[in-house]
Design a protein around this ligand. Sequence first.
Ligand SMILES: Cc1ncc(COP(=O)(O)O)c(C=O)c1O
Length: 512
Amino acid sequence: MHICIALHICTVCCIMEKFKQSEKKANAMEKLPKQTENFRKTCAFPKKDNGKSFVADFQKLPYFPVSFERGKGALLYDYDGKEYIDFLSSASTANIGHGNEEIAEAVYSQMNKITQYCCAYFPMPEEERLSKKLIELTGEDDMQAAYSNCGSEAIDCAMKLARAYTGRNRIISYKESYHGSTYGAMSISAISVNMRKNMGSLVPDAYHVGYPNCFRCKYSKNECGLKSRCAERMKESSDGFGAGLNGDSLKGENFNCLDELTEAFEQYIPPEEVAAIFIEPIGGDMGIVVPPKEYMQKLQELCRKYGILLVADEIQQGLCRTGKWFSYEHFGIKPDIIVLGKSVGGGLPMGVTLAKREIMQSLSAPAHVFTMSGHSAVCVAGLKQLEIFEREDMNEQVAQKGRYLKRKLFELAEKYDFVGQVRGEGLSLGVEIVDSRETRNRDCKAAAKISYRCMQNGLLLTFIGKNTLRIQPPLVITKEQLDRAVEILFAAFDSFARGEIDDSALSVVKGW
Ligand SMILES: Cc1ncc(COP(=O)(O)O)c(C=O)c1O
C-alpha cells in the first residue's frame, strides 16, 4: 500500500515538474486551487534529485497534478485533504469503492494465515473457490478459470488458448481497442502508435477491423451518395445523442460495418484460419462505445459458422459495471472465452480467463503460469467483493443509478450542441465532446478543458477515445454524490461554453 502511494507520488511529481515549466510559459495561467499549491510544496522532489522522477515517463498519462492519500467509497482525498468525487474508479478497478473495510479485513486475515503459496506447485482452496463462483455467474457449468496477474496477461492466455484449441493462427480484433500492454495484448490493440513504436515484431497474424460505432459510422458518409443500410434506421431510432441500448439501438438485419469482416473473409483473411475474434462488448478506452445488439448477434453467428472462437474482453466492463455481471449479457450472446481483470481482484491485481473445459484442456502445464497468479489474498478479496455485490443487489443498484445519471447527462446534451453523444450502460457512461453535433468533429481540447475544470472543483474526471468524458464512478457512489458530481460537471460545461477555461489548461491536461 505504502509502495503504491510512493509510486503515485513519484508519478505525480514528474507531472508537477512539467506543469511548472508550462506554467511559466503560459501568459494567462489560471490560478490553481490553494490545495494544489500546498501539494506542490509537499510533494516536490528534493533539490538533490534535480526534480527528476524515478518512474518511467512512458507509464504516465498526464491528466492533472494530484495524488491521492486515501479514499472512502466514491470519495478521494489528496495530500492536502481536498475531497474529490471519483468518476474514474482507478480506471474501473475500484468498483467496490475505496477503503472497503470488509475487503481489508478479509485480506488481513488471509495474509495472517499464510503469505501465499505458489498455486502452480500446490493449489490453494481460495483459488478454487473464486473460480467456482465466477463460473457460476456465467450461468455455465463445465468451465475452468486460468489466473494471471493483470488483464493483459489474461488476454494473452485467451490468445494462447484460441490458437491451441483451434489449431489456427490468425486473430481478429478491433481498431481503437485496448486489450493491454503485454506483447500479445498489444498486438491485438490498436489505439495508440506509441504502444508499438520501437518495439520490434509483435505477435503475427493479428488483424483489426472497424468497431461498430454508429455515431461515427463511416458508411453514412458515402461519397457516391448512397445511404448506408443502417443510416436511415439510425435517423429514425436515434435522437441524435442517444443510440444507446435503451430502446434506441439500431434494429435490422444488415450492417455495413459487418461487411468489413465478411469482405475480409472473401479478400484477405481465410476464415477457416481464424482462431478467434476478440471484442469488448462495450468498447471502453475507445470512448465507451455501445455497438448495436444485432451486430453482436450477427458476429456470434459468423463465428459459429466458421468455427472461430468469440472472446469477450470484460476486463473493463465486467462484474456489475454495466448493471450486469458481464456486459455481453446486454446483447444476448454467449462468448466462448471471457476475460476478466481490473475489479476481479476486489482492488488487488488479478486477471482471469474463463473458458469451457475442453478449450482449457488444449494447453498443457506450464503453458501460462505466474509465480503470484491466483494469489490467495487476492482471491479472498475478489470473493468478498462478489459476496457484497450479491448481498447489495449491485447490478440492480447500478442499473438504477446509471439511468438516473444518464437522464441528467441528456440535459447537458439538450443544452449544448458540443455534446455529440451520451452513451453507455449502468455506471459506464461516455459523453462525447464535438465541435458541433452537425459536423461531429472530435473536440479533444474541449474535453481536456472540461476535465481540467472538474478536477479543479473536486470531480475526478478524465477523457478517453481522445474526446469522450469517461464516467465510471465506484459502483457504491450515493445519489447525493452523483448529484454533487453533476453540479460540478454542469458548472464546468457552463464555464467552457462561456469561454472561461483558457488554453493554459491544455499544458496540464494531456491524457492519452
Ligand atoms: C478492455 C481492457 N482490456 C485489457 C486491459 C488491460 O488490463 P491491465 O491493465 O490489467 O493489464 C484494459 C486496461 O485498461 C482494458 O480496459
